[in-house]
Structure formats: C-alpha cells, structure tokens
Design a protein around this ligand. Structure first.
Ligand code: SF4
Length: 210
C-alpha cells in the first residue's frame, strides 16, 4: 500500500476517555486478532484506502483545539508507513501529541524493528496488549486492565502518574451516527453494555424496515 494512502473508517473530534484530555480519534481498519468481546468488530475487515492529505487538512483545525490525536482500530501497526506519513504531515503544521492503541506488546514491536520502530519513534503514548474480555476493566483509557500505558516521549512525561488512574465514572461515552441505522460508540463502555446497544440498534433497524 502506498504510504500516502490510509485505510480508515472515520474520525471524531473532540472525544474524551481515550487518552489524556480532549482528543481527536481516527479508527483504522483491519485487525487479525478478533478478540472475543471486541468493541469494534466492524474494524476487523480492511476497506478502501484513502489519501492522507485530505484527512490531514480536515484534522488540523480540529487538532488545534484539543490535547492530542488518538489512533485506534483495527490494528494501527498493520499500517505503519501510512501512519508515519500522516503524523509527519500533521506535525509540519502542529506539534500534536499522538497516542496509539495496539494489540501488540511494546516488546514485540521493538523486537520487530523496521516500520514498527519508525512508528514507535513518532509516538508519545502507546497503550499496548490485546483486549481481554475476562480481565477487569477498572483503569482509565483502556478496555481491559492487562493493557499498559507507556509514555514514550519527553512530550508525554507531563502525564506521568496518570497511567494507572481509575476509570472516570460516569464513563465519558459518545455515540456517532454512521448511517441512519448504525452508530459507533466512542469511549470505553462497561462490559455488557455494547451487546445491549447492538440489540437496541437491531430493534431500530427492524422497525425502519417494517
Ligand atoms: S486488537 Fe483491538 S481491534 Fe483488534 S480485535 Fe482486539 S480489541 Fe478489536
């Protein structure tokens, strides 16, 4: 894939609860892990990759008003070259703090070198490890407590001490309508709530089709 093309499902801005402060978030597509209970199974399949330049132009004015950019998925480390290009493009104009969620462990990414190392070099914060449905979910910014928050850059050190704070209650959650009968939950819902949302949307879809 060209470094100027990124396979992403969309973005939202501003959002809370997915890293420090208020942020923009991009969801990239494609994930091989298929973790049971994944909150975003619609991101498992890849789709059409789009040029990063229009995306950067849309994001830049929004990023100017928030605390940073979060990249989630999907698996961001499946698209390392394109994400490096996007981050470089954004930083031509803005000193943006970048946080990435990944199902890989930091140690695996460091051992792999190559493009993964290049992306790591550009990140301020990494939240690593697969989502594990059987693990508790009591810590902020992550879906299961096995996931770890790594402050990688000097810029991120201002967040030292916040890595393992408890989940904010009530949880900051937003709903983004994708189509008139489908939506995306933004944030970290309580276990079981996603199934309830999906059931509610199924009922709504059936009513629309009646
Ligand atoms: S790594 Fe993330 S996106 Fe991929 S299946 Fe697991 S929870 Fe879902």
């Amino acid at each position: 894939m060209s470094t100027s093309l990124l396979d992403y499902a969309g973005y939202a801005c501003p959002v809370e609860g997915l890293g420090p402060g208020r942020r923009c978030i991009i969801w990239v597509r494609g994930c091989h892990r298929h973790c049971p209970g994944c909150v975003a199974p619609e991101m498992w399949e890849t789709g059409e990759a789009l040029s990063i330049e229009p995306l950067a132009r849309e994001l830049l004015p929004r990023l100017a008003g928030v605390d940073g950019l979060t990249i989630s998925g999907g698996e961001p480390f499946n698209q390392t070259a394109a994400l490096c290009a996007l981050i470089d493009r954004l930083r031509e104009e803005l000193d943006v703090e970048v946080l990435v969620y990944t199902g890989f462990l930091l140690e695996e990414l460091r051992a792999g070198g190559g493009d993964a190392a290049a992306l790591l070099d550009r990140l301020d914060i990494l939240i690593d490890g697969p989502f594990m449905e059987g693990e508790p979910n009591t810590l902020q910014w992550r879906g299961s407590d096995n996931q770890r928050v790594h402050l990688l850059s000097p810029r991120a050190r201002r967040h030292a001490g916040q890595e393992n704070l408890p989940m904010r209650e009530p949880r900051p959650l937003q709903v983004q309508m994708v189509t008139p009968v489908s939506f995306r939950v933004i944030g970290i819902p309580r276990r079981g709530d996603v199934a309830a949302y999906r059931q509610a949307m199924k009922v709504l879809r059936e009513k629309v089709q009646e």
